[in-house]
Ligand binder design. Structure first.
Ligand code: ZN
Ligand code: ZN
Length: 472
């Protein structure tokens, strides 16, 4: 059986079991999920803002995993074999209509469904999404191979980095020396900083709210020259100040829900500049002056999601180890804690300052010891418990102790700060099983110490080394 998190209604997620699919010759394959990223769309879907017509469903549209089984035909088409690590795109296009053939498969006329997004009722409820131990891959799925030796929490950033690459470099057309204004300091804003810097931007300016202070600090670390707290300063006048009155060459508007940043984008961009809009406003209209677009001769474009080219380049950059992406990963959760993971990214959990959050279905959470052992035997090196369990931890006030079991249910961060121990995890799971919501347990912050097998990743990042606390 396959365990998966199923959303049944707004803010309602439960674990269900699905029979393991039999992969026939015309089928796609079976992907063992290593990690699945979470983004603002997951938050909206969780809250029910995207409608309930597709429920129940298995969410999780940013999955990374290992090919467990693959049909010969799909293997030939995808160029993969069992054991290969791949990133999965959300959309399952027909691959035959005129839009697909023109490369615009994201608006395919005969879309079959998605991996982690909506699926037509005739597909039924299946393990299509990434918040699951395995994904049943449709033969038309779009996969990208990713090198196996990169930490899963980092490799899974193909998604936000793909957005940064597409929006800054491909749509924004950032060129050598350009001034780039990025409105919004979430994971995609930060990824856009990296992409803009790589594309040769001369000056990068990033905006955020007062509560985004740690994200803005990370933006500066990633190469932003200036950051603006929009609650303390006026974005447009500051940008004009920085650019000697000229304005930015390229503006990326990535803020969710707010309409003022759209007006700021049009006012802060230079004459003849480009504005890329990617921050959804929940269907609400934004009042703006189209005269400004005409008189400044602007190019304004919408950025729907990421395309294959964006993902390909992002994966290339991740594999090249150019960026300290692990700095962006703040939280890993197990399958049982999908709801809490989404609430953490949404900023609903007091005291948690999330940037990039991932679900590691077979690593943390409620996996039994036998299941973990089987995972290890199968060569799975999940980013979660399997490794954390082997660590010795320093519990403030309690001295060092063996860490067996700590990974089970513990919320830990790739930078080594383990936020809650085994007991808290057990309690949380018990409460979770009873179906109730529960308060955040007092953070028994465990510090990974001494015998920690800290990995030195290809990004030069020591993972599971701690503690490196940001913000707070
Ligand atoms: Zn997403
Ligand atoms: Zn098509």
């Amino acid at each position: 059986m396959i365990r998966a998190a199923v959303q049944t209604g707004p803010r309602q997620i439960e674990i269900r079991e699905f029979p393991r699919p039999v992969i026939g010759p015309d089928d796609g394959g079976l992907l063992r999920v290593e990690a699945c990223g979470i983004c603002g769309s997951d938050v909206e879907q969780y809250k029910g803002s995207m409608g309930s017509q597709w429920l129940p469903m298995v969410p999780g549209h940013e999955p990374l995993g290992i090919i467990e089984e693959v049909s010969p035909r799909a293997a030939a088409r995808w160029g993969v074999k069992p054991g290969d690590r791949v990133a999965v795109e959300i959309l399952i296009p027909c691959r035959s209509c005129d839009l697909c053939l023109a490369g615009r498969y994201m608006s395919c006329r005969n879309r079959i469904g998605s991996h982690g997004g909506s699926n037509p009722p005739e597909r039924g409820l299946g393990s299509w999404g990434g918040f699951a131990e395995y994904i049943h891959l449709h033969p038309n799925a779009i996969l990208h191979k990713v090198r196996n030796d990169i930490p899963a929490e980092v490799a899974v950033m193909f998604n936000p980095l793909g957005a940064g690459v597409r929006w800054a470099a491909f749509l924004g057309g950032v060129q050598l020396g350009d001034t780039v204004l990025i409105l919004g300091a979430g994971q995609r804003g930060l990824a856009a900083v990296l992409a803009a810097r790589t594309a040769g931007a001369g000056t990068i300016i990033v905006t955020g709210l007062s509560r985004d202070a740690s994200k803005l600090a990370l933006a500066r670390e990633f190469g932003a020259d200036h950051t603006i707290d929009v609650e303390a300063e006026d974005t447009v006048s500051r940008v004009l100040d920085i650019t000697g009155g000229a304005g930015a060459d390229v503006v990326l508007e990535l803020t969710p829900m707010a309409s003022q940043p759209v007006r700021d984008a049009l006012n802060a961009v230079r004459w003849g500049g480009r504005v890329v809009l990617a921050g959804l406003k929940g269907g609400r209209p934004t009042e703006l002056s189209t005269d400004l677009i005409i008189n400044k001769s602007l190019t304004v474009m919408g950025a729907f999601s990421v395309d294959s080219r964006g993902y390909t380049e992002a994966i290339r950059l991740i594999e090249a180890g150019r960026f300290p992406l692990a700095r962006m990963h703040t939280h890993t959760f197990g399958l049982e804690d999908v709801a809490r993971a989404i609430e953490t990214l949404a900023g609903e959990v007091p005291g948690e300052d999330a940037v990039h959050v991932a679900i590691v279905p077979r690593g943390t959470g409620n996996l039994g010891a036998d299941r973990r052992a089987r995972a290890r035997d199968a060569g799975v090196v999940p980013a979660g418990a399997g490794r954390v369990r082997s660590l010795a931890l320093h519990v403030p006030g309690r001295g060092r102790r063996a860490a067996a079991g700590v990974g089970a249910g513990a919320l830990h961060r790739a930078d080594g700060v383990v936020r809650r121990g085994a007991a808290a995890g057990r309690q949380r799971r018990q409460r979770s099983r009873r179906g109730g919501r529960f308060p955040v347990p007092a953070a028994a912050e465990l510090r990974v110490a001494g015998s920690c097998r800290a990995r030195s990743g290809p990004l030069g990042q020591r993972v599971h080394r701690g503690p490196v606390r940001r913000g707070a």
